[in-house]
Each structure stands twice: as C-alpha cells, then as structure tokens.
Design a protein. Structure first.
Length: 541
C-alpha cells in the first residue's frame, strides 16, 4: 500500500514538473491538418441562399400553391362525355299489332355531349344524341330508322350562387394562398439570411474567444516560468509554484473548451450553408474573413414599427388570411338565400332511314331509301324545334344548416381580426425590443471595452508590484483571470451587438425567427427557414 502511494505521489510530482503545455504538446493537433475555407459574410449568405437545406424544402411550397390554383381552375374546364352501346331485345307477340310472332329489335346508341361551368355560376350543356334501330315488325314505317337530336341547356342561378359560389370561392382563396406562400417563402429567406449572419458572428466570436483563452494561458505560463526561475534561485518556495501550475492547467481547460466551441460554431454554420452531409464538408475549417466594426447604428423605433406593421411578412400573411375568411363569409351568407334558378333549353330532332310503308300502312315498292344524313339534316335544320323556359325554386323551411354555417364563418372572421390586432401588438413589441437590444448592446460594447482597458492596466501594475516583491501569486493570477473575463465579455458584447443589429433589421421584414442560445462555453446556434419560430436572445440581451 505504501509503495502504491509513493508511486502515485511520484507521478503527481512528475506532472507538476512538466513544462507548461506539455500535455497538449504530446498530442497531435488535428485542427491544423484540416483544409481551410476562408469565408466572407457575403459568401456565407450566398451559399445559404443556394444550398440551405431548409430553403430547398421551402421552395416547393410556392410551386405547390401554383398547382393548387391550376387544379381549382379545372372546375371551369369543358367536360366531354359520350355513351356508346347496343341493345338487342326479343319480345313475344302480345296482340295482333305486334307485327311478328317474336319481335326482334336492335338499337345502337352513340350519344355525345359537352358541359361547362361558367364564372356566373351557370352551367351550359350541349347534348348530341344519335341512335339506329331496326326490327322485324312489319308495322314500322321506317326500318332501319335513324334518330338524331341536338339540345342546348342553360341553368343560371338568380339568387344563391349568383355573385359567388363554391368554385369561385375556392379559386379566389387558392390565388390568395399562392400569394401567402410567396410571402412565407420570403420570410424563410429573410430569417435564413439573418440566421446565417448571426451564425457567422458566433463563429467569429468563437475564434476571438479562443485567442483570448490562449492569451490567458500564455500569461499564466509566463507567470509559472517566472516562479520556476525564482524557485531555482531560491527566492520562492517550491510550494508556491503549485498554484501557478494549477492555474495553467485550468486555463488549458479553457482553451480546450474554446476549441470545442469553435467546432460547434463551425458545424452550425455548415448546417446552414451546405446542402448535403459530406465528410469533406465536415472536415473543413472555416475562418471568417470579415470583421465588421461595432459602429453605432441609428435606431428609429417609430419608423421601424410602422414599416413592420405595413410590410412584415407575418402581417401581410395575416391580412391575406383575413381576406380569405371574408370571402368564405360572403359565400356562407350567399348560401342562406333561396335557390332560384333560371332554366332554358332549345333543340331539334330529326328522323331518317328507309321508308317501307306509306301513310296508309301499305308496303312501298320499291322502298324509299334514306339514312342517317336525313336525320342529321332535319335536326340541324330546326325542322322540329323544341324550347323550354322556366324557373326552379327551393328553400329549406328553417334553413338551420346554412344559417349556422354563416354564423361560424362570421365568428372565424371576427376571431381572425382579433388575432390580427394581437399580432400588431406582438410586432410592435418585437421591434421595440430589438431596437432596445441594439442600444443596450452598443452601450455594453463601450462599457466592456473600458473595463478591459482598466483590467489590462491593473494586470500590468500587479505584475510590476509582483516583480518588486510587493504582490503575490494570488493577486497576479486573479488579475489575469479578471482580464480574461473582461476580454471575453467585450468580445461577447461586440458579437451580441452585431447580432442585435441583424435582428433589428429582420424583425422589420419577417416574422418567426431562428433559435439562438449562448452556453457558458460559447455560442451555440441553429438556423432554420420555416415560419412560426421563436427567438431566444443571449443572456446579455
């Protein structure tokens, strides 16, 4: 047991005596071996617009909405119909006028027609009916006989379905839904662009944070080396070196955590700007080329709110949806009216064939030849016209179904109006909050920058006092920690300010958003393209 304790103590002492960064130096650095992609902010946005997986999915929605419009318009396409068939029948003779002991008759039918709905709610129908029949009955004057008829029918609503009907309502709504789909796709584009910019700033912060952590580690390593020199010359006790070594180890952990945060930020940005999951893509190192400054941005909340209420995508979509409900209410109210329809028809018939009997019923010798052309000529020539005009009226006694449907449509429209007013309040709140975040984060940039400068001066003073023997390891180490925290806070404030400017521009154009969160180790962001999402600001915002 004592031997094991000596071994552990010896191993611990060996670790303490290792030079700073020795553990990290013993392992290969896979980061430097990965291919590098230097990326500007504009390039990131361009790649996202071309490759973002969510946008690729969203691009199908406008196309689908356009096809829905085309599908609804099909209700006004002409409908062609026809009936072709043959009927054969044999009947026993039932009286002396049967014309044969067993009457055989054969009928060929070939009917054609076309029907079309009109945008006045009317239906127009043309029927062209034809038949050929022959029989062995000797009492038929014409055998075989050809019949032809041509009829045009019109049904026009006069009350219900006159100003609007189901087909017209569906067409109006489908066209408006296509506009809503275009608006929603624009919302996805705006949100994706804003999300990519924020992811870019998160990656930039991750790299800056890594450099800050490395700088903090370098300061701790420098202090450790100075302490080790003092131990060797006998001006410091060996035990005092342990605290410096512990500080180096802790700051190495900070570097490791910052490196992981860089990888997470890279993956989040890759998810937004690349289309497919490719091993080569995941191996890329992304280095931001642009470094925007934290210059002040003018924030006019009043004008921004007016712009958002007028043209923000969710406001536009909500107003168009309200128009759809107004159209539905018009239809529902129209359906409570009586059904009063005007009907009119006009047509002609014709008969042709071989006449085998005269008017008195005596056989003709020879028969008078005829055919289908005679029947068609007679029908088209209006030799035997037929016309009708009338009105049809129907109305349910209580009409509870239509009344209830109208009431529900009114309730839905009123509810949508209330939702629109609620959305207006939410939009105004979003814009004011985003504008306030810009102003707050700009003030944070100034205050954290001043704090960082003061911490640099404090560390410099503490190091000079330590060199003169007037300070301690603890105070120098604490000053280094405070400087590292101040540098990270300034970097975080700059990143948050840039992101808040992007968000302020976004909330004026699009609803929904992307989800962002900042963990203790660094930024973590997920970018999406669909509407209706929420945004969680960083703790500083």
């Amino acid at each position: 047991m004592k031997c094991e304790r000596r071994t552990l103590a010896s191993a611990g002492l060996t670790l303490l005596l290792l030079p700073p960064g020795a553990l990290r130096a013993q392992q290969p650095d896979p980061v430097s071996e990965r291919p590098l992609l230097e990326l500007s902010l504009d390039d990131a946005v361009k790649r996202a617009l071309e490759n973002n997986a969510d946008l690729i999915v969203e691009r199908y929605n406008p196309e689908d909405s356009a096809e829905v419009v085309r599908q609804v318009r099909g209700a006004y396409d002409p409908l062609f119909f026809s009936t072709l068939g043959k009927r054969s029948q044999t009947d026993p003779a039932r009286n002396i006028f049967a014309g044969a002991e067993a009457v055989d008759s054969n009928t060929w039918t070939y009917n054609f027609g076309v029907s079309q709905n009109l945008k006045t709610g009317a239906n127009l129908r043309l029927d062209f009916n034809n038949s050929r029949s022959d029989t062995n009955s000797r009492f038929f004057t014409i055998n075989p006989r050809y019949d032809a008829s041509l009829n045009l029918n019109l049904t026009q609503p006069l009350l219900r379905d006159l100003k609007i009907d189901r087909n017209r309502e569906q067409l109006i709504v489908a066209k408006r839904n296509r506009e809503i789909s275009d608006v929603q796709f624009r919302q996805s584009v705006v949100n994706t662009v804003a999300g990519v910019k924020q992811l870019y700033y998160d990656l930039l912060f991750s790299h800056d944070n890594l450099e800050a952590q490395k700088k903090s580690l370098a300061l701790a390593s420098k202090l450790l080396r100075e302490n080790q020199i003092k131990v060797r010359v006998g001006t410091m006790a060996p035990l005092d070196v342990v605290a410096a070594e512990s500080e180096v180890a802790g700051r190495e952990e900070g570097v490791i955590t910052a490196e992981a945060a860089v990888a997470d930020a890279e993956d989040a940005l890759k998810r937004a700007i690349f289309q497919a999951s490719d091993p080569e893509v995941w191996q890329l190192r992304i280095m931001p080329k642009d470094r925007p400054t934290a210059e002040p941005v003018e924030v006019d909340v009043v004008k921004a709110t007016e712009k958002a209420l007028e043209s923000r995508t969710d406001m536009v979509a909500a107003r168009k949806n309200l128009e759809n409900l107004d159209t539905g209410l018009r239809l529902a109210r129209n359906q409570t009216l009586p059904a009063l329809d005007l009907t009119a028809s006009y047509g002609g018939v014709g008969v042709g064939g071989t006449q085998i009997l005269d008017e008195s019923g005596r056989p003709l010798t020879p028969p008078i030849e005829g055919g289908y052309g005679d029947a068609l000529s007679s029908a088209a020539g209006r030799d035997f016209p037929t016309w009708t005009v009338g009105v049809n009226l129907s109305y349910p006694i209580l009409n509870r179904q239509a009344s209830a449907a109208s009431a529900r449509a009114r309730i839905a429209r009123d509810q949508a109006q209330a939702s629109l007013r609620r959305l207006e309040l939410q939009v105004a709140t979003d814009v004011r909050s985003a504008g306030r975040a810009v102003e707050t984060n700009f003030k944070r940039v100034s205050s954290t920058g001043a704090a960082r400068i003061l911490q640099e001066r404090r560390l410099d003073a503490e190091e000079k006092r330590f060199a003169a023997g007037m300070s301690t390891n603890f105070l120098v180490t604490q000053a280094q920690r405070d400087l590292a925290l101040a540098e990270v806070s300034e970097l975080r404030a700059i990143a948050d300010y840039r992101k808040s400017v992007v968000n302020f521009e976004r909330v004026q154009e699009a609803g929904g958003g992307v989800v962002f969160a900042v963990s203790a180790a660094g930024p973590s962001s997920n970018v999406g393209a669909t509407g209706g999402r929420t945004q969680t600001a960083s703790p500083q915002q």
